[in-house]
Design a binder for this molecule. Sequence first.
Ligand code: GLU
Length: 284
Amino acid sequence: MKLRKVSAAAATALVLALTATACGGDNGDDNGSDTGSGSGGGDKIKIGIKYDQPGLGLKEPDGTFSGFDVDVATYVAKELGYDPKQIEFVETKSADRENALDRGDVKFIAATYSINDERAKLVDFAGPYLLAHQDLLIKADSDISKGTDLNGKKLCSVTGSTSAQNVKESIAPKAQLKEYGTYSECIAGLQSGAVDAVTTDDSILAGFASQANYKGQFKLAGLKLSNENYGIGVKKGDTATVDKINKALEKMVSDGAWETAVKENFGPAGYKNEPAPKIGDIVK
Ligand code: GLU
């Protein structure tokens, strides 16, 4: 009787141990949520980026990824214990970011993701790691020169972006705003004449304007219509990851990797970025 009791307890312990192992493995395969520090952190980490924004987050034809957000994400992942080959990049379009974090599809998002109060109710942010400004991209011969010139004009931005929201609330409430799913669709609309201007962050617009296939066709208005403080989004409540990412971002700035990434990614577009922001310093 006594022996049977011991066996039952041992069996229970074994089941618990197996369950714990299985859970750990699942998390590691899932989004890297089992870990985040030290070396060999889980099998893989899933990170949300943009796929169509040259200089920030771009999926190249050969399947590799480039851009400032990609470099920031790769640096941060390394600090969390993941080598580049353990990273799986996932496309997170502007309107999908909060849901992707909430569902646990990705461990974090580095995708031109501005920190604001509304979003901070749904997700947590590390950073900021870049300060950009909303601007307009127009045809090289366009005479649009200020935000109010847009009233009555066809303007394109992206669903779920601060850019679209700012147009409706303040910049040009009377513009005919077309909201597409991605900025590349807006740029195609500008080229074809379907829209008169595209609005979003100057960092993004500069990247598109410098692409070989658009060279000379477009110009930035240079208006600084807003302050866009890029943060790294994590699931609401995951403050441990926020803290680790903030430490990684501070290190990236202090060891010069931030400056290198800026030069490599924004240099070709001639984008004059703001200096590295201090962690927690949001420019309103
Ligand atoms: N930074 C702005 C935002 O987070 C515009 C760029 C984007 O849509 O990703 O909404």
